[in-house]
Each structure stands twice: as C-alpha cells, then as structure tokens.
Design a protein around this ligand. Structure first.
Ligand code: SF4
Length: 408
C-alpha cells in the first residue's frame, strides 16, 4: 500500500520550501487567480514554476487551489491558466466548480483534478459521482466522523484526502455567506473576512444576553486530529491535509516536522502509545496558542469545541531565531532574529532532520563582533556557538513553562 501523503499549506515560496524541507510529501498553494485565498496570494505563475522545481528535487508535489466559485466575469483566462499549470509541472488542481474541473480535464489533461472540501462530499456515493466524471481525488467534507471517513474510504474507488489540522468554518466549508453579508466580500470568491471570528453583541429584542465585557464569537476551535492518524492510515486514506496558507513559516515547520515524525512512527511501529502521543501533542501545541479540538471526528462538536467569547487569534512569540548557516567544524551558527530573547536563555532547536533538543544559548555577537546581551531587533544577524548540532533552516524557540492543557 502506498504511504499516506502529508499535504502542507504554503502562502509563499519561503513557506513552500520550508514545508518541503521539513518533510511534506506535497504542498498546496493558491495562485493570484481563481483561488479562495487569492487576496493573500504571493504566487504568480513563475513562482509556482520555481516551487514545482524545488519540490521535485525532494520528490514532493505541488497542488494548486483553483477553488473559487466563478461568476461570469471570473471566467476569463481560466483555460490559459490551467494550461500554464500543466506546462510547469503542477501535479493537481483542487477545485469546487464542476466547470473548472471539466475545463481542466479538457485543456490540461495531465493535471489531476481533486474535488475540494468546498463541495461537501460526505459519502461514497458522492465520491462515485466524481469518479464517473473522471476526477482523480476527493477531499472529504470536514464535518465527518472517523467512522464516516472509514466507511466512505471503504466503499470508494478514488483516493480520499482528509483534513487533520487547522482552522475550521462554523458553517459547512464553502457554504457560508456570513462574510458576504457583513462586509460584501464573497467567501467563495477569495474574500472571506472571517466574520465568524469577530466579537458580537447579542440581543433578544433589546435585552442584552451577556455582560458587556463578554462578547460573543462564533469561531470553532482549530482542528487537531493527531490521535486519529493511525486509524486514518489503516482505513486507507490517501492524504492528510493541514490547513493554513496564511500561517507563518514557523507554524508550518512545527506542524510538518511533528506530523512527519508521527506518520513515520506509525508506519514503523504500527501504533503510537499514549506517552508518545502526549509528546506529539506538546510539539504541535508549540505552533501557536490557539485552542484546538477534534472537530467532527468524534461526532458533533459540543460547546467545548467552540471559542465562544474568544476570537482565538494565537500568534506566538516563541520563535526567536532562524538558522541561516551552520559550521559543523566549529559549531558556530549564523542566526536571523525573529523575536526578542536574551543571551543564556533556555531554548530549543528543531530542524528538517533535527528532533527538538533543549540547550542554553551562549554568547551572542553581532556582525561587527560586538557582544549582544539582548536580541531585540527583528531580522538582525547574530553569531553564536551552539552546544548542540544544528543545520541551516533549523528554528530556535523559547522554552515556555506554560500550561498547554487548553490546546488539545
Ligand atoms: S466567515 Fe467563518 S465560517 Fe464563514 S467562510 Fe469565513 S471562516 Fe468559514
């Protein structure tokens, strides 16, 4: 049986390269056109071509989201765009529009067509429908239990992709018009303003339903489905997808490194014991502070699966330095500062082939060779001697003694 695919998000070339180096089998990205994240995309066709070349050197693949629901005025240039994606070696497009899927099959037949989760495929009959129309993979709706996924895979003849980590919609994905109503920005044409995460005042007629300081938010907790991975592998799922094209390189590195190790360990040992799983939870929780839950995998989420009252933004300050260069001979590293830290702090390093290792950082020196006590200028280049083995592209983070029990 083919090994399950680990599918990472990327919002630009830097993040694409990080995802690949940290162990993704495939990366999905959105171009500047026809994608739900088109407003935030940094990928023009040349960037996608460079991404394909880079990924291929690691044996990884590139999938491109072409997942908007196009209106009449959106159709211009679609055929040429799909032909360009085929020409530069993109493996697959992810789409929700049957018209886009059909156009790809007609004009760019080497592209695989993956049916997006926006289509809310919730059973094997839906998968059979897409197979009959020549599609190559179905991304299941996120609103399925583990048992639903197992049954669907068992009775399907197409490869199945499922989400394992990242933001969730409070509506069925692809069927929400909250942003359209609140801001005039069409969620299905790349404009979602994430209105579900705003804080609202709730009234029943003119009676406020809560204290002024406890505003209401509709946001769901992020999905974190690590504990289901052994079952998803056993069930024959083809691909495990992480959501988050807007997320940082640090977030992507942390998740991809951890899920890569987890998946490889399942293949090696057949299962993961509870203490190992706890270690994986801890590693995943370092990506950011946003609370996570198991989504729909164990059934309809309870109120504990929601973030009522919290908008949940969870940018972490823990990522302090990126390793630009490492000299194996003398153990010195050139660091790019990302967040404030002091010399002699307790830190951790992890990298494409380095598992999380703790140490105390030594003396820091700037480019002029002057000693620096506190690194507080983002992107400043510093030199230090490391007491542990490092590598270029590794990341250093603070060791935070905080309770992470709310994140899973
Ligand atoms: S407003 Fe929220 S639920 Fe609606 S599409 Fe955007 S993220 Fe999803």
């Amino acid at each position: 049986m083919e090994k399950i695919e680990l599918l990472a998000p990327a919002g630009d070339l830097e993040r694409l390269k990080i995802a690949v180096m940290y162990g993704a089998d495939a990366v999905f990205l959105g171009g500047k056109k026809f994608s739900l994240r088109s407003r935030a995309s940094n990928f023009d066709i040349e960037d996608i071509a460079e991404g394909v070349k880079f990924a291929n050197t690691y044996g990884a693949k590139i999938h491109v989201t072409v997942n908007m629901l196009p209106h009449e005025e959106d159709l211009e240039g679609l055929k040429e765009y799909l032909m360009d994606l085929e020409r530069i070696g993109v493996t697959a497009i992810i789409c929700a529009s049957p018209y886009i899927a059909k156009t790809a099959k007609t004009y760019a037949p080497k592209l695989e067509v993956h049916i997006s989760t926006q289509h809310s495929s919730t059973n094997s009959a839906a998968v059979a429908y897409w197979k009959k129309r020549g599609m190559d993979r179905v991304v299941l709706a996120r609103e399925l239990t583990l048992e639903d996924v197992k049954e669907t895979v068992k009775h399907s003849e197409l490869p199945i992709e499922v989400f394992i980590h990242g933001g969730m919609c409070v509506a069925y994905s692809g069927r929400c018009v909250l942003s359209n109503h609140m801001t005039g920005r069409d969620a299905n044409r790349g404009g979602c303003a994430q209105s579900c995460r705003w804080k609202y005042r709730l009234f029943d007629k003119d009676v406020a339903l809560h204290e002024e300081e406890h505003l209401f938010s509709m946001s769901s907790k992020d999905l974190m489905a690590a504990k289901f991975i052994p079952d998803l592998i056993k069930a024959g799922v083809a691909s495990l997808k992480i959501e988050g094209r807007m997320k940082s390189a640090y977030y992507i590195a942390t998740l991809i490194k951890t899920y890569r190790m987890l998946i490889d360990e399942v293949y090696e040992k057949g299962s993961i014991d509870e203490s190992r799983m706890q270690w994986y939870y801890q590693e995943l929780s370092k990506a950011e502070n946003r609370p996570t839950g198991v989504g729909f995998y164990e059934g309809l989420p309870t109120p504990f699966g929601q973030l009522y009252g919290i908008n949940g933004a969870g940018v972490t300050q823990e990522f302090i330095a990126y390793v630009l260069e490492y000299d194996e001979q003398d153990g010195t590293a050139l660091l790019e500062v990302r967040n404030h830290f002091a010399a002699h702090s307790e830190v951790e390093i992890f990298g494409p082939t380095i598992t999380t290792t703790s140490f105390v950082i030594g003396d820091l020196y700037d480019k002029e060779g002057e000693k620096v006590e506190v690194a507080n200028k983002p992107m400043q280049i510093l030199k230090t001697k490391l007491p542990v083995k490092a590598q270029a592209h590794a990341m250093i983070r603070k060791v935070m003694c905080k309770d992470r029990s709310n994140v899973y």
